[in-house]
Design a protein around this ligand. Structure first.
Ligand SMILES: NC(=O)c1ccc[n+]([C@@H]2O[C@H](COP(=O)([O-])OP(=O)(O)OC[C@H]3O[C@@H](n4cnc5c(N)ncnc54)[C@H](O)[C@@H]3O)[C@@H](O)[C@H]2O)c1
Ligand SMILES: [Zn+2]
Length: 549
């Protein structure tokens, strides 16, 4: 039953992408709607009007069951299939479910194009406009979210999407996830990053360091371990982590960095290189980063470069590092000329995020970490955002179960995005930059001293929402909801004592700017973002003016 089920709204490309996937994998392609049309010998419209939707759905389920029991099929399902009857269970037990995603705007463009007209389903009949697409899609989103994997097709050609489906399917079929987990482990597999040369499992859970030996044995970690931390984190968790690593019979050497962004320098890196040389580190050895994003970025850069590459493991201890920095393989060092100017893409072998370490993280650092997790909800997951809205008190109190769940979901979102756009070349990873254009401008304009990254992103998200609002893309209610959450998490929503000119000049130097126009990430709804490079300078100016309190 190694089938692939393609689910997703009309216009996300199931019928077009399915045959290409079937070609790539040499599987047979089945379009469920076409089969139903053949069976009744009339169009779906007619089945709905002359028989009933129920008749249609019944046949749909029967066919799903029938084909599901075969194998090596790529099955495109109708947009509503996953919602009805026990179809989800049928698919789940008979194959791998991939949801093809697109924003309502993309769907609208595709459905109203010449080729797309015959894709219009009864549910949208006579009603193809962005609002109706958005409404119906919103109602279905919680079902689509149960898929094993989601692919954002907005910026991909059908062939690229099909390659993506095949790649992820092959990875998961060959990847026996049971290899990563064991019954007696407390750590859960929060996500998996798939990249060109392999996969990186991400574990998370509350109080999971005791699982380190099991995780190491599952991943067959060789050689000696070189633990890099900062003095704050090492004093809290260093010895515990060393103890668990040593219990696997491996030798552990440790090095403590001075904490803080201002120490993310080549001077510090150079000391680490010397320490590795003195300790006779070899290529088969592994660097372990234990700490926040600064430690992770620096240790990752060392792992990528020393001896042309050592093994690398991330043990993030700050919220920002768990939900963001440790996932995705970006490593970096600052220069006096700018932040993160030198770096490399270098994927860790594994990420182990023990959420219980957040108990010792200072309040401000915790809140800035929430900013990135809230961002994940805003751009891609309405339900995650609603958890922030409805259960913020438990999150502010770090209630173990809920906090772990939210961190896991956030990690999963980041893992899925970077798996589809490892090196930020396909525009998908760009969505993660929501709030970062103004955010980076603010950080640079203040010399990285005044605001923490997540705080700058919080103000940046307000800026992006206001820009979206002025352009008619972001509804005022979204702006209000975002504002209210950011306030609850003690995050700043405006700035003072920073000149607008300095922010603007820093923004045009931002590496995320492409050519002269900036790629803005704007919200079209909660859980949906889009990239827009047509934002008028005057709109940016007036928003910066409003943000300056
Ligand atoms: N590589 C990426 O994709 C990526 C993404 C986002 C951010 N970053 C980088 O991450 C850095 C920011 O990360 P950060 O916010 O974690 O900063 P950080 O590493 O400076 O950590 C913040 C502070 O918290 C302390 N700390 C960390 N965990 C702790 C714990 N559990 N208990 C007590 N204290 C703890 C640290 O010692 C530090 O003083 C920036 O340099 C940024 O550029 C990288
Ligand atoms: Zn960020």
């Amino acid at each position: 039953m190694n089938n692939i089920f393609l689910v997703g709204f009309s216009g996300t490309g199931k019928s077009e992408i399915g045959p290409i996937v079937s070609n790539i994998l040499s599987y047979k392609f089945i379009d469920l709607d076409t089969e139903i049309v053949k069976y009744f010998n009339k169009s779906i419209d007619k089945i709905f009007s002359e028989d009933s939707e129920e008749v249609f759905r019944k046949k749909e389920s029967e066919l799903l069951e029938y084909y599901g029991s075969s194998s090596q099929l790529v099955i495109a399902t109708g947009g509503g299939a996953i919602i009805y009857n026990d179809n989800y269970e049928l698919m789940k037990s008979n194959g791998f479910i991939v949801c093809l995603e697109a924003t309502p705007q993309t769907i609208y463009n595709r459905l109203t194009s010449e080729d797309g007209k015959n894709e219009i389903r009864p549910v949208l009949k006579d009603n193809v406009n962005i609002d109706s697409i958005t409404n119906i899609k919103n109602k279905r989103q919680k079902y689509y979210a149960k898929s094993d994997w989601t692919i954002h097709t907005d910026n991909l050609t059908p062939y690229q999407s099909a390659e993506e489906v095949s790649k992820i399917y092959k990875t998961f079929v060959n990847l026996d996830t049971s290899k990563f987990i064991q019954k007696d482990m407390k750590a859960d597999l929060a996500g998996i990053v798939t990249y060109t040369n392999g996969v990186c499992p991400i574990y998370s859970g509350w109080d999971i360091y005791k699982d380190i030996p099991k995780i190491f044995s599952r991943l067959n970690i060789q050689g000696n371990l070189f633990l890099i931390s900062d003095t704050n984190v090492y004093s809290l968790y260093g010895q515990e982590v060393e103890k668990y690593i040593a219990s696997t019979g491996k030798q552990v050497f440790s090095h403590e960095l001075e904490p803080g962004e201002h120490n993310k320098t080549f001077d510090a890196i150079s000391n680490v290189y010397s320490w590795l040389a003195e300790s006779k580190a070899q290529r088969r050895d592994t660097i372990v980063a234990l700490g926040g994003g600064v430690v992770g970025d620096m240790a990752g850069f060392v792992a990528a470069t020393y001896n042309r590459g050592l093994g690398f493991i991330q043990i993030p201890t700050s919220l920002a590092a768990m939900v963001d920095a440790s996932v995705g393989g970006k490593t970096a060092v600052d220069l006096p000329e700018g932040k993160n100017l030198v770096g490399a893409f270098y994927q860790p072998k594994v990420v182990i995020a023990d959420v219980s370490t957040l108990k010792s993280l200072p309040h401000r650092e915790t809140m800035e970490g929430w900013a990135e997790a809230i961002k994940h909800g805003l751009i891609l997951d309405k339900q995650l955002f609603e958890v922030f809205e409805n259960r913020y008190e438990e999150l502010l109190n770090l209630e173990p179960n809920l906090t772990t769940d939210v961190v896991k979901r956030s990690i999963q979102i980041k893992a899925e995005i970077v798996s589809q756009d490892e090196k930020e070349t396909r525009g998908i990873r760009t969505l993660l930059n929501y709030g970062h254009t103004i955010g980076h401008g603010l950080e640079a304009a203040t010399g990285y001293h005044q605001l923490l990254h997540g705080e700058a992103v919080s103000i940046g998200m307000m800026g992006a929402a206001m820009i979206g609002n002025k352009m008619g893309i972001t509804d005022s209610s979204i702006l209000e909801r975002q504002l209210s959450i950011l306030k609850k998490f003690d995050l700043p929503i405006s700035f003072n004592n920073i000149t607008i000119e300095s922010i603007k000049s820093a923004m045009s130097l931002d590496k995320k700017a492409v050519g002269s126009s900036i790629n803005w990430v704007l919200l079209s709804e909660i859980g949906r973002a889009e990239v827009n490079s047509n934002v008028d300078n005057s709109v940016v100016d007036s928003v910066l003016e409003e943000l300056s309190s």
